[in-house]
Design a protein around this ligand. Structure first.
Ligand code: ADP
Length: 255
């Protein structure tokens, strides 16, 4: 079996006003279910909890304090999972939630345990839905809150994934930020993650996204080292997931 990790960002899961885009989530769920039916092991790393919390509490401004953000993510995580559960059930799929922190990956015992847990999920064809446990990580630990890009790379290593797909609001890595420069060009493939590539990624992300391109490049660096490929592509059309698995030339491929 081939193992595929799919990470969907806030910008893919939420609408302009920051609320969850249920229609989009439905399509993502269908793609993942179809892939599992075809025999792939699929793991979903999902953001969107803060957005879901904002929707529930009728808040339209990005949270200003860390505590507020963590509260929103805790509120939103529950409804996010409820939505995934309902939608996956329509495809007769069982899901399980794993809320992880980066610490799981820096302690060997916890790492091995985590790996056993993930494999237990996959053995029973249960789809693991992973999110960073935003509500309990602390800035004091110098852990960036809400960066599921590097989380998805860590998870890819954990379960020895063949492919990581990161879906964003942009169709891949451009040679410069396309939101600022009209003449920016999409890069189809990256073999060597040089300083030039990192500089292209800049620092800014979209309105509700957290990582921006740079965390995706860091994720690419992490996974390509261990032989996992990464594709960054647009989540606007979730059918991109299947297209990428079937090796269509979409987005930016890192090998
Ligand atoms: P997500 O929520 O999907 O993780 P982010 O908003 O964090 O998405 O990151 C994607 C954004 O990064 C793009 O919408 C774009 O504004 C910005 N960006 C900056 N530099 C680049 C670049 N070189 N190529 C593509 N996107 C870039």
């Amino acid at each position: 079996v081939q193992r595929i990790v799919v990470k969907v960002g806030t910008s893919t899961l939420t609408t302009e006003d920051g609320r969850l885009n249920i229609d989009k989530i439905k399509k993502i769920v269908m793609e993942l279910s179809n892939l599992q039916n075809k025999g792939y092991d699929v793991i979903l790393v999902t953001s969107g909890a803060v957005g879901a919390g904002m929707g529930l509490l009728n808040i339209s401004e990005k949270p200003k304090t860390l505590a507020e953000k963590q509260m929103l993510s805790a509120v939103g995580q529950v409804s996010l999972m409820q939505i995934y559960q309902t939608l996956f059930k329509e495809h007769s799929k069982i899901i399980g939630q794993l809320l992880l922190t980066k610490e799981e990956f820096s302690n060997r015992k916890r790492y091995l345990n985590m790996r056993n847990v993930c494999n237990a999920f996959l053995k029973r064809k249960i789809i693991p839905i992973i999110n960073e446990n935003d509500a309990i990580v602390s800035n004091a630990l110098k852990i960036k809150v809400g960066d599921n890009d590097t989380m998805s790379a860590l998870v890819s290593g954990l379960i020895d994934a063949d492919l990581l797909i990161i879906l964003s609001d942009i169709d891949g890595l451009y040679n410069k930020n396309p939101r600022k420069y009209e003449d920016a060009n999409l890069i189809n493939m990256v073999g060597d993650i040089s300083e030039d590539i990192k500089n292209m990624a800049g620092a800014e992300g979209s309105k509700f996204g957290t990582g921006g391109m740079i965390t995706k490049i860091i994720a690419a660096e992490m996974v390509t080292k261990i032989g996992t490929s990464l594709v960054i592509a647009s989540g606007d059309d979730p059918r991109n997931i299947t297209r990428i698995v079937e090796k269509e030339n979409i987005g930016t491929l890192f090998v």
